[in-house]
Design a protein around this ligand. Structure first.
Ligand code: ZN
Length: 405
């Protein structure tokens, strides 16, 4: 059900909300009966906070589905991830901070190594350095500014990955990928999936040819494979649906892109990696200017993906040490959760629910003593879906009028 019209109607001014997302925070024991990452972590600050908060479990997207961070986040932002879908090309474009406009088509590109017959030898061109990628992208920018009446914009992503944006009249995003998915085959032709995307497929095939010609003397990065063509989706903004001035504090491109897509202002963050200090500075400096803050930490997910159980434990402990600074900002409503689980035991995103912590003025008594998966189950919030979180936060912030007479 689409709650947006109801939430719009019920809006009233209220308190400030801080939503903290520890990416992929949910975990699993390494062996049956053992602790999860959250249970193994020493988290005195989080434990103290949990004692005065309400806890629950949250299934980000749907039971049994291991979501990507895209649908996981959109759900936390209150956008039904089955209805509000973002293509990967579009997500990359937003994440790279590319000039990505309505009507543009973004595609993810891989540099590949092709042999003399044009067959793919290596789909990732030997995993070049990002510097080498940048050097080759500079060449392409110079040589291929446009094809016919379509502007071509290239961006380095990292290693073998780049992004291309097509800008012109009459471009659809219904085209097939050109990656053959294995070596020994030539790149595929892009084919239109609908009438509106005929021109896109045509331009893309010409582009693949032009790239081969320009890069013919390159030993490794001499071909390109394209996938996941997508246009920028148009979603209603936080301002429209919740009447919230919202800001995002995140270091990694994709999360900034997702936040921008729902109309959040993306605040600049100084520093590398999860940049705790830089994020705190961004929050402090902008605290009075917004009513909603989304604060993202990535490393919990990255360590889980690496299968690094102790690394993930350390990232949770690092967040714990940082927590008092966040609490000192005194948001009326604080929510802490994940966009999905990334158990180190699986080295991947999983379908398991994540713990949810809510600190707000009007809470019921709660038996959950720690921010862990098992304790969250004892909490007073019960078990929620990701899309149910925002209405709850709005209510706790005093931002929703009574529904119905
Ligand atoms: Zn994630």
């Amino acid at each position: 059900m689409d709650l947006f019209p109801i939430l719009q109607e019920l809006h009233q001014p209220g308190g400030k909300i801080l939503l903290v997302v520890l990416d992929g925070v949910g975990g699993l024991p390494l062996e049956p009966g053992g602790p999860t990452e959250l249970e193994a972590a020493q988290t005195p600050n989080l434990d103290r906070l949990a004692a005065e908060s309400a806890l629950g479990l949250l299934t980000p997207v749907h039971p049994g589905l291991a979501p990507g961070s895209g649908p996981g986040h959109l759900a936390l932002f209150g956008y039904d991830p089955f209805r509000y879908v973002v293509g990967r090309g579009a997500l990359s474009a937003l994440g790279l901070g590319a000039d990505f406009r309505e009507g543009d088509v973004a595609l993810r590109g891989n540099f590949a190594t092709l042999d003399a017959e044009g067959k793919v030898v290596d789909r990732r061109a030997g995993r070049p350095s990002t510097e080498e990628n940048q050097r080759v992208i500079a060449k392409l920018k110079e040589a291929i500014p446009r094809i016919e009446d379509v502007e071509i914009h290239f961006y380095t992503e990292s290693e073998h990955r780049f992004l291309v944006i097509l800008r012109g009249e009459g471009l659809g995003d219904g085209v097939t990928d050109t990656d053959p998915q294995k070596a020994g085959l030539p790149p595929l032709e892009a084919r239109p999936l609908d009438e509106a995307s005929r021109k896109t497929a045509h331009i893309l095939n010409l582009l693949a040819e032009r790239i081969r010609a320009v890069l013919r003397d390159e030993p490794r990065l001499n071909g390109a494979l394209f996938r996941r063509a997508s246009q920028k989706p148009r979603f209603p903004s936080f301002q429209e649906v919740y009447s919230l001035r919202a800001a995002a504090v995140a270091s990694y491109p994709m999360y900034k892109g997702l936040a921008a897509l729902v109309g959040m202002e993306v605040l600049p963050v100084e520093g590398e990696g999860d940049a705790h200090e830089g994020k705190l500075k961004a929050l402090r400096e902008n605290w009075d200017r917004y009513e909603f803050f989304y604060l993202h930490f990535k490393k919990t997910d990255a360590k889980g993906e690496d299968g690094d159980f102790l690394g993930k434990v350390r990232e949770i402990e690092r967040f714990d040490a940082f927590l008092p600074e966040l609490l000192a900002l005194k948001p009326e409503v604080l929510a802490l959760t994940g966009d999905h689980s990334t158990p180190a035991a699986l080295k991947a995103h999983s379908w398991h629910p994540v713990p949810l912590l809510l600190k707000a003025p009007y809470l019921r008594r709660d038996e959950a003593g720690r921010f862990t998966e098992a304790e969250a189950l004892k909490g007073s919030l019960g078990h929620l879906r990701g899309v149910e979180l925002m209405p709850l936060l709005l209510a706790h912030a005093g931002r929703l009028l009574k529904y119905g007479a």
